[in-house]
Write a protein that binds this ligand. Structure first.
Ligand code: GLN
Length: 471
């Protein structure tokens, strides 16, 4: 009840696309009954959660914040959603995002942008008042980051305890950093993607947004495991129950600091927190080692080619025939396809479909797509080499800076900005590694700043243990 009333109070944040009030209340009633009978379905029994609107939910509209899927009601639950429900979690609703999870701001969906709850903190408001350029209070709010900004705002505004995001190039970690949350991207293959409407199949991972690392571990414990409906999931990769030690010993760890991540665009505040964090590990006896990930600078371009090519093929299913939007034009099948897709997709999605098809043309395939695959391998090998040199966990920034005001974010070319923002997160997806962003401090403006830990593939438990120690 309390979470539902907070959802209503914070409606202006635009965090939710659908609030599943009836479902949640019914689930809460059943959970309460179990509790009274001394029964429990698991760690999440009775816990309010929210789910990004690109995970299929049986009987509940799933839109991907796109006209293409507006009104689409899936007949089945994504595996991760089913697992949450099997554990007794309460589904509060479906959260807002960039259309088809393409973006880094949560500003690009058909339901409008998500507002960062921190825009309304006392400290931030007071700082803004001191700025003479800041006249228009109503439009003076910050982006959440994205594309899982609705999930981040939902947790940050206390409307639920955990939320699912998706992470293809940073979409869980980026909004977590901007909203003062833990944003965890598990190893590729640890958690099923079945029912997560795909962006880039070879990089997509369901992500977890929570307020602390322990909560993320509990949710991971509920979600991880092989799924016959997702052939990329791996058998028995982690020990269960998935618990984190309360007192970890970091003195024997080696923390890697990738030198290529120290770029001029990085804000001085993030930079100094990053270096303080490294010092903290050192003072605990851990070894802190500068490492090189030499192909980092290619990662954004490489991601762009691979992302758009997969998008081009993924989006082909939205043709107006089987489900989703269909236009009124019926002069020919081709005209119907074209008009449906023109009406259904925003320009970001259409732009990616066009780029992807360009890269896949016979004459471009070798030069772009195959080359990008090779570069991806080099990027992944950089991480392998760093870990082989003895590094246990890498420590990096999550984002270039704290959250920026919406008006600033949309001023520049959104897509260029979006691409820059993913510089510290994207390569991890290309390598399939686990990574977690945790909130470390507030900036001078009173806004949260996150740092990222990156672990070896399937060493998610070790990664979260280090993050918990640092938290
Ligand atoms: N910003 C990246 C993109 O637009 C990543 C998105 C994501 O992780 N879903 O592709």
């Amino acid at each position: 009840q309390k979470c539902l009333s907070l959802i209503k109070k914070t409606k202006f944040l635009n965090a939710y696309i659908t609030v599943s009030e009836e479902v949640a209340l019914k689930q809460a009633e059943e959970s309460e009954k179990r509790y009274k009978n001394g029964q429990s379905l698991g760690d999440l029994d009775g816990i309010p959660v929210a789910v990004k609107d690109n995970f299929s939910t049986s009987g509940i509209e799933t839109t991907c914040a796109s006209n293409m899927l507006k009104g689409y009601i899936p007949p089945y639950n994504a595996t991760v959603v089913q697992k949450l429900l099997d554990q007794g979690a309460l589904l509060m609703g479906k959260t807002n995002l960039d259309e088809f999870a393409m973006g880094s701001g949560s500003t690009d969906g058909i339901f409008g942008p998500v507002k960062n709850p921190w825009s309304y903190s006392k400290q931030y408001r007071e700082k803004r008042k001191q700025n003479p350029h800041n006249k228009n209070e109503d439009s003076d709010w910050l982006i959440t980051g994205g594309s899982s900004g609705g999930s981040a705002a939902a947790v940050s505004a206390f409307t639920c305890y955990a939320a699912l995001g998706s992470d293809t190039g940073g979409s869980t970690r980026n909004p977590a950093a901007h909203c003062g949350l833990v944003g965890f991207k598990p190893s590729y293959g640890l958690v099923s993607r079945h029912g997560l409407i795909p962006l880039v199949n070879s990089m997509d991972v369901p992500g977890i947004l929570t307020r602390c690392v322990d909560d993320a571990a509990v949710v991971l414990g509920a979600l991880a495991g092989p799924d016959p409906k997702d052939s990329t999931t791996v058998h028995d990769p982690i020990n269960k129950p998935f618990m984190l030690p309360s007192l970890a010993d970091v003195s024997k760890l080696c923390i890697g600091i990738p030198k290529e991540y120290l770029i001029p665009e990085l804000s001085s505040e993030v930079r100094s927190l990053w270096s303080k964090a490294a010092d903290l590990f050192e003072s605990e006896g851990a070894k802190v080692l500068e490492v090189s990930l030499p192909h980092t600078s290619y990662s954004i371009v490489c991601y762009h080619v691979l992302c758009t090519t997969e998008v081009a093929s993924n989006m082909a299913r939205f043709d107006g025939l089987q489900y989703g939007h269909r236009c009124d034009i019926n002069v020919s099948t081709e005209a119907m396809y074209a008009a449906t897709r023109r009406e259904g997709f925003n320009d970001v999605v259409r732009g990616r479909i066009l780029s992807g098809n360009f890269f896949l043309l016979k004459e471009n395939y070798e030069n772009y797509f195959v080359k990008a695959q090779k570069v991806r391998r080099l990027i992944a090998n950089d991480f392998v080499n760093a870990f082989n040199s003895g590094v246990d966990v890498l420590l990096t920034p999550t984002t270039l800076s704290e959250a920026v005001p919406y008006l600033e974010f949309i001023k520049e070319d959104n897509r260029t900005r979006s691409a820059q923002d993913d510089i510290f997160t994207q390569a991890v997806n290309m390598a399939g590694l686990p990574a977690v962003s945790i909130p470390v401090a507030l900036s001078n403006q009173g806004l949260p700043i996150g740092l990222q830990f990156i672990g070896r593939a399937f060493c998610d438990q070790q990664l979260l243990t280090v993050a918990k120690w640092f938290e």
